[in-house]
Ligand binder design. Structure first.
Ligand SMILES: [Zn+2]
Length: 79
């Protein structure tokens, strides 16, 4: 039983150490994370070609988003 307890203790110490390492790295990686979130919140995916375009530039029709007027018309023709 002693060996198992030692292994468990080792795993716990390793996890805590990884947590501390990740916690210490947070300030440097925070910039990219917030940037990704900003893009997720303001980008729309074209339902025709899958291209991501800013929501204020995307063309919206029938609850769908398009990167350009041409793709809105092309998608409408398919249906
Ligand atoms: Zn498109």
């Amino acid at each position: 039983m002693g060996l198992i307890r030692l292994i468990i203790l080792g795993i716990v110490v390793y996890l805590v150490w990884q947590l501390i390492k990740r916690w210490q790295n947070k300030p440097s990686s925070r910039v990219s994370h917030t940037r990704d979130k900003r893009i997720d919140g303001s980008m729309a995916r074209c339902d025709y070609c899958g291209l991501f375009v800013p929501k204020d530039e995307a063309i919206e029709a029938n609850g769908r988003h398009y990167c350009s007027e041409a793709h809105r018309l092309a998608d409408g023709k398919d249906q």
